[in-house]
Structures are given as C-alpha cells and as structure tokens.
Design a binder for this molecule. Structure first.
Ligand SMILES: Nc1ncnc2c1ncn2[C@@H]1O[C@H](COP(=O)(O)OP(=O)(O)OP(=O)(O)O)[C@@H](O)[C@H]1O
Ligand SMILES: [Mg+2]
Length: 551
C-alpha cells in the first residue's frame, strides 16, 4: 500500500494535536502560580512558541478602562497603555463582548495601532484576532494576538481556539479573586482580633486600686516600652500572665506576635525542640524543619511561663540566647539570630532553686533585670471587692443572669477567707456563685464550701500566742461553766484543775459566773459574736469605692 501524502485532514489533525498540547501547557501555567501576571505572561509565551502568534497582549478592565496585564513581542512602553471602552478594536471587543478578526492588518484602514508595535511588523502581513475574557457573561478584559498571515487560515476555528484560552484565563481570574477575597477577609479578621486582644489586655482590664496594685501598674508602664527582660513573680493565680500580656500590648511590639511557652507543661525531652525548633532529620520523626517558639516570636515577645521549672541543660541554652540573641536549631549548624523580647514568670522560690542547684545563678541574674512582684490577694484586700464586682458582672453577662450585688454576710465571707488560689480562686468562686444563684443577690450559701466557716477556711487571726492561748482558756472555762450551770467546783473538776485556780482565772478574765446560772444566759454566752464589729468596718472602709456591695 503506497504511503499516503499528507492531505488537508492530516494537517488539521496535526494542528488539533498542537492546540491540545498548548491548552495543557496553558492550564499548567495558570494553575502553577497564584501570581496572575506571571501566569498570564507564561500563557503568551506558550502561544508564541507553539503557534504562529507573533505577539500578544492581555488586558483587564480596572476602574473603567483596560489596563495591560501581560504583553509579549511589543515594545516595553506597551505595558503602560490604557484603553478606554469602545476605543480601538480591543476596546470594542470588551464593550460588545464579541470577538473581532482583522484578516490583514495592512488592508484595514481603520486599524488603530494603539499599542506601539516594533518597526519590523511592517515587513510581514499580519492577522489580528481579539477575543473577550468573560466572567458571569460580562467582558472583563481581552486577549489580543497578532498572527502571521496565512491565506488558508480557518478564522472560525482560530477564534474558537483563542476563545478557549480566554475561558481558561477567566477561570484563573475567578480563582485569584476568591483567593484575594479570602486573604482580605483574613486580614480584616486578623486586624479585628488584634484589636480585641489589645482591648482585652489593656491596662483598664487589670482591676485593682490598692497600693501594691498601683505600684504594679507603674512598673508595667515603666518597662513596657523598653526591650528589657522582665521577670514576673508571684503566687499561683495572682495575675502574672495578665501582666505579661499588658506589657506586650502596651509595648512597641504590640503588632508583632506574643508567644507563650508553658515550661512546666513540656517534658524535658521536648522543651528544647519547642523553644529552638529543629532541622529535618534532627531525630527520628523530624520529617521537616520546624520553627521554634523563639523564631515564631520574631519581632515580638516570648513569654516563658513557669521558668522555675526548666531543666539545667535548657537553662544553658537560654542563657546564651539572652546574652547573644542567637541560637542553633536542634540538629542544625546555622546560627539563627532573633529579635525577641523576653518575659518570664514563676511562682517558685528562685533563690531556693539556686541554693539547691536546680537553677543557674547566671541565668537568674540575666532574668532578674526588672522584676515585678505580684502580691497575693490576701495582701491587697482593698482590691478584693472590686475584683468580686468585676467577676460578678462578667459572669452574670456570660450566663445571661441579672445579679445586682453580693450580700453583706457573703462579703464578710469573701473578706475573711485567705485565698490561697488568689484571683483565679476568687474568679472561680464568683462563677460558681453566679451559676447557683437563683435571685438578684449572691448570698453566703452560694459561695464554695471552703468559704463557709472560718474553721474550714483556715483563717488565721493575727494575734500573739499569749492572747490566743488566753482566749482559748477563757472559752474552755466558759464552756465548762455553761455545762455545770455556773457550778465552779464541778467546772474545776471537768477541767482537771483546782477550784482555787479556776476562781483566779474567772477573776482575771472577768467572767460573770452568774450568767450561767440562768437558763437563758447559758445559751447566750458572751464572746459568741461572729466578728468584732470594728474589724468589719475596717474591711468595709478598705473596700469602699465598689458599687454593688451594699447590703
Ligand atoms: N487584677 C486582675 N484583674 C482582673 N482579672 C485578674 C486580675 N488578676 C488576675 N486576674 C484573672 O485571674 C486569673 C488568673 O490570672 P493569671 O492566669 O494571670 O495568673 P498567674 O499568676 O499566671 O497564675 P499561675 O501562676 O497559676 O499561672 C485570670 O483569669 C485573670 O484574668
Ligand atoms: Mg500563669
């Protein structure tokens, strides 16, 4: 069988194959990058390489005029041209949404050479094809190409082909716009969240007006704007983290990250990789490089919570970062430089740690540049009612309840308690109170059991041993006299002492024995009152300024 001569059918087949491979290449170019300009430039490059396209231009509608997104084969200044709608062929195509073909540019007297073509274009005959780029049935731009003139060219099929290319461009535009929208939404959300964080950690959210609290505000204000390392010390729940936040959000680094590391929560084996990150292959399971918290906090603040708990190895590394502001990732040799402000907090006795050899002295001195001591709540009772009101309002709002105030007996209970868990414990007590409260007032029985009696609260009154023993002795004698209805001989026997000693003590303590003889008085012995009224007044004075603490 003789070999078939390449006829019109086989040229069409070859052309279609070429077009298909071009479309594949174009789709890869468009999906390969999120940078639209680069992608469009590649599309034009492909058209020129694979087809008889001499030059091409992609324009998009922006602010009512067509702007050049990508050009290939034109002079450079073509990038800056602007085309009004209806102007030239491209302007007409976008205005009408319909493609235009100019088979021979030289024969078209109305052909407006908007884009500066290089002089060589005069030497060859060109065909011009311009197709709209359409989104939601609206032309949003145009793809325009100059092709070498070929008398046998099938213009319909060419327009269809470039129409497919422009459809792919429109698709990429869609993707890009939604990515852009998503990005803008995330940016907005981020700005909003940052604003919210700043408000939440604003000074005004640290409640308290007592002397120690005011001193703390002053210290925060003094140190916030500097880059000084800050060590915050205080018992658990006193508000150390709140203060660390306040320092960051009132510093010049407020717009940069605040990164927290809970040193006590991380096992020794993890803390270094968490702080300094690691290189790929540093240990089994390290499949890729990971940034540590120091790098994440770049430009911002790193908060090392419970620093008293870190092991000695990590302390050595930390010391170096503090001194030189640089470190290496685990399993790596590159030195990473960081610009990070350090805030550390602890509730541990660091001096004891040094004495025991569990905390390095040199690191302690590096950290102890500016120390803020947060006093325990029991030492600033003047803040207590302000805080209680603050939490009452906060939790009433959160749980949708209308609770107006705390009753006087409940206030007394709050005041008498020694708050080993500090503000956090108070916060929890008030949340519980709000939850179980069924009216408009928090009463004593709404508070946690630990506050219910002076005994269970472990309240220690500040009295001398002599006075305490005397008070106890007096109580015992009164009790015995109550039991024996004022019979001194029986009472002495009950207490395993002599009547002479008992009489002596009764006189000394000015106990009125006659009261125990009457049944009425037996029940109501002196000294049964809950608390001396003057001490209660003192507490009330200390806490004045709070609105919702009336009886
Ligand atoms: N002065 C204050 N004003 C308002 N809320 C406070 C104040 N102090 C503490 N709080 C609140 O008490 C709770 C405990 O505070 P924070 O977590 O800062 O304590 P901490 O000292 O870091 O405790 P720990 O040592 O246990 O980590 C938080 O909910 C915080 O908002
Ligand atoms: Mg804390």
């Amino acid at each position: 069988m003789p070999a078939a001569k390449p006829g019109p059918d086989s040229t069409t087949a070859a052309r279609d194959a070429r077009r298909l491979s071009t479309l594949l290449e174009i789709s890869q170019a468009l999906s390969g990058t999120l940078n639209l300009k680069t992608a469009l430039q590649r599309v034009l490059g492909t058209l020129i390489r694979q087809h008889s396209v001499v030059r091409g231009m992609i324009t998009l509608l922006r602010d009512g005029e067509l702007q050049v997104e990508a050009v290939e084969g034109f002079e450079d200044r073509a990038r800056t041209i602007r085309i009004r709608l209806g102007e030239g062929i491209t302007g007409k195509v976008v205005e009408s949404g319909k493609p235009i073909v100019v088979p021979r540019i030289s024969k078209e007297p109305t052909f407006l050479n908007l884009a500066p073509r290089r002089p060589d274009s005069a030497r060859q005959e060109l065909t011009f094809i311009c197709v709209p780029i359409t989104q939601n049935r609206q032309a949003v731009g145009a793809l325009a190409v100059d092709l070498r003139f070929k008398p046998e060219r099938d213009y319909d099929s060419s327009v269809k082909f470039f129409g497919v290319v422009s459809g792919m461009i429109a698709q990429a535009l869609n993707v890009q716009r939604s990515v852009e929208e998503e990005r803008r939404r995330l940016l907005d959300e981020n700005t909003h969240l940052r604003q919210e964080l700043r408000e939440r950690y604003d000074f005004s959210n640290i409640i308290g007006t007592s002397g120690p609290t005011r001193q703390m505000y002053e210290q925060v204000a003094q140190v916030a704007q500097t880059n000084t390392t800050v060590l915050i010390r205080g018992e658990s729940g006193t508000g150390k983290e709140l203060i660390a936040h306040a320092i960051h959000y009132n510093s010049l680094r407020a717009k940069k990250p605040f990164v927290k590391v809970s040193c006590a929560a991380l096992p020794d084996s993890l803390i270094e990789s968490e702080l300094f990150g690691y290189e790929k292959g540093a240990f089994t399971g390290a499949n890729a490089r990971k940034k540590g918290r120091f790098e994440m906090a770049e430009g911002g603040t790193l908060f090392l919570d419970e620093i008293g708990d870190i092991n000695l190895n990590t302390q050595v590394k930390l010391l170096r970062v503090l001194q030189e502001r640089e470190f290496e990732r685990l399993g790596g040799t590159d030195t990473v430089k960081v610009n990070v402000r350090l805030i550390a907090a602890t509730n541990k006795d660091m001096e004891k740690g040094i004495a025991d050899g569990t905390f390095r002295e040199d690191l302690y001195y590096r950290l102890n540049v500016f120390t803020i001591f947060v006093p325990p709540l029991r030492e600033r009772k003047a803040d207590l009612l302000l805080l209680a009101d603050h939490f009452l309002e906060k939790f009433s709002r959160e749980h949708g309840k209308v609770i107006k105030r705390i009753s006087t007996p409940a206030i007394d209970m709050l005041m008498a308690y020694h708050w080993p868990g500090n503000v956090r414990e108070l916060e929890n007590a008030l949340e519980r109170g709000v939850l179980v409260c069924d009216g408009a007032v928090i009463h004593g029985h709404h508070l946690p059991p630990s506050l219910q009696t002076a005994d269970s609260s472990g309240t220690v009154t500040r009295v001398s041993l002599k006075d305490a023993v005397a008070a106890y002795e007096r109580d015992l004698i009164q009790d015995a006299l109550k039991t024996t209805r004022g019979n001194r001989a029986k009472a002495a026997r009950l207490l395993d002492t002599t009547e002479r000693i008992l009489n002596y003590k009764v006189r000394n303590y000015a106990i009125d024995v006659r009261r125990f003889k009457s049944p009425d008085m037996v029940r109501r012995a002196p000294g049964d009152a809950l608390a001396p009224s003057d001490s209660r007044d003192q507490l009330r004075d200390a806490a004045s300024g709070s609105a919702a603490t009336s009886n």
